[in-house]
Design a protein around this ligand. Structure first.
Ligand code: PLP
Length: 426
């Protein structure tokens, strides 16, 4: 790519962008009567304009039909979890019998740990990434404690040999190293702090080679870049949908369980009535017969209002593909990287923590600021640039291909440069 650091160039790129029209499908937060520059889709995605009507549909159904709403012609509540399967399959590369939306992310991590962390004999170790999101760390630790296994001894928190980025080789060789003591490897798809995208296929293969399972937390990966969970042969995955999937605060989570486990009715799992075969669920005879596929992992009847917001968002993803979104995303994040590194004033005061190889990252760049980081961050927010702050001195900048523009990226860098300059000259 040959980029240019001019507002005209950014405008031209927006005009050439075949996905540019998607921005108008979203409510863009306002500051002083103008659109904010919203780079926080990695934390909470924006609200699609469709969301309100999808939720209203369910409020109307409930109002008009009460309990009979379960059998609505368009979107029956009893079958609601099936309505998102096709879209989730496209987002994750999982088959429809391998993906289902349910619960929230950390709850799902627990359910999947209950299935896939099955320590036996000397195979008791659980490997997570050293900088794992606290919730993931707590979930892993608490499963070990509950089984009387000391996390101080058996929870492996893998950190990179150098800096904050892993090489695939070092992960693979660490897995080999623990060999038949390893029960499970649980890694992020994309690391929330550095933005590194891991080679899930290589990690899953390494785990399988030593007889362990491999599962992934895809909170920062789903809706960000194309995924191929089935072909990567991962054992399980889970994610939330309020980040890049724009389903609203606390929105639905989803899980993937590979067919080779999901099709085994004996595979260990925690169970509830919604995981019971839907054909005989209402016989209420206390003989658990699992639903076919991953639906056996469901516990409860769906949260319909939250699922409606989820469906509204997926309806937008259905109008394009992760490949098309990725193709724009590579250019958009590439442009951000170019502007940050080619402006001498910015470049002197920052370091990008995210891998420079675009294949090893999604849309987010994590930018370390050498001084006055928090003050600059606060001034960015004041200027209508919404991004987030992580200790110490890191801003995470996530231009998403669905609603961000090249002009957003250019304008952000222009404001950022002025703020850095102001502080440097104080
Ligand atoms: C966002 C995020 C969470 C949040 O968990 P919830 O259960 O949805 O509150 C957990 N893990 C990771 C890696 C995340 O990025």
């Amino acid at each position: 790519m040959t980029y240019k650091n001019t507002p005209t160039y950014a405008q031209e790129q927006d005009q050439l962008d075949p996905l540019n029209h998607f921005r108008s499908e979203f409510h863009i937060p306002q500051r002083n009567g103008e659109d904010c520059i919203y780079f926080c889709g990695n934390s909470l995605g924006l609200q699609p304009k469709l969301t309100q009507s999808y939720i209203q549909h369910e409020l109307d159904n409930w109002k008009a039909n009460g309990v009979e709403g379960h059998f609505d012609k368009d979107r029956p509540w009893v079958e609601y979890h099936k309505l998102s399967k096709q879209s989730l399959s496209r987002l994750t590369g999982g088959q429809e019998n391998e993906v289902v939306c349910m619960n929230n992310l950390t709850s799902n991590l627990h359910l999947l740990l209950a299935s896939f962390y099955q320590p036996k004999g000397k195979r008791v170790k659980l490997m997570i990434e050293g900088g794992a999101f606290p919730s993931d760390h707590y979930a892993a630790e608490s499963h070990m404690r509950r089984m009387g296994i000391d996390p101080a001894e058996h929870l492996i928190t893998l950190t990179p040999k150098q800096g904050s980025i892993f090489s695939t080789d070092e992960i693979v060789s660490a897995i080999k190293n623990y060999d038949d003591e390893l029960a499970l490897v649980m890694f992020p798809g994309i690391q929330y702090y550095t933005g590194q995208f891991f080679d899930m296929k290589a990690i899953a293969k390494a785990a399988h080679d030593v007889g362990a399972y491999a599962g992934f937390d895809l909170a920062h990966a789903v809706g960000n870049l194309p995924l191929t969970l089935h072909d990567d042969n991962v054992d399980f995955a889970t994610w939330c949908s309020y980040k890049y999937v724009n389903s609203g605060p606390g929105g639905m989570s989803g899980i993937f369980v590979h067919e080779r486990h999901a099709s085994d009715p004996e595979f260990p799992k925690l169970t509830g009535w919604w995981g019971h075969d839907s054909k005989t669920r209402f016989q209420m005879d206390n003989q658990f017969v699992p639903n076919p596929g991953v639906d056996a992992w469901m516990l409860s009847n769906q949260n319909i209002l939250s699922s409606a917001a989820h469906l509204a968002s997926l309806a937008i993803f259905d109008q394009t593909s992760m490949q098309e979104l990725r193709s724009k995303s590579l250019k958009l994040t590439g442009y951000l990287e170019y502007l940050l590194l080619n402006d001498p004033i910015i470049a002197e005061h920052i370091e990008i923590l995210t891998p420079s190889n675009a294949e090893e990252r999604g849309c987010q760049l994590s930018v370390f600021i050498d001084s006055n980081g928090k003050a600059i961050f606060d001034e960015l927010i004041e200027a209508g640039v919404i991004l987030d702050w992580r200790e110490p001195n890191v801003i995470r900048v996530a231009p998403t291909p669905l609603y961000n523009t090249f002009v957003d990226v250019w304008t952000f860098c222009d404001i950022f440069k002025q703020l850095i300059q102001n502080h440097a000259s104080k």
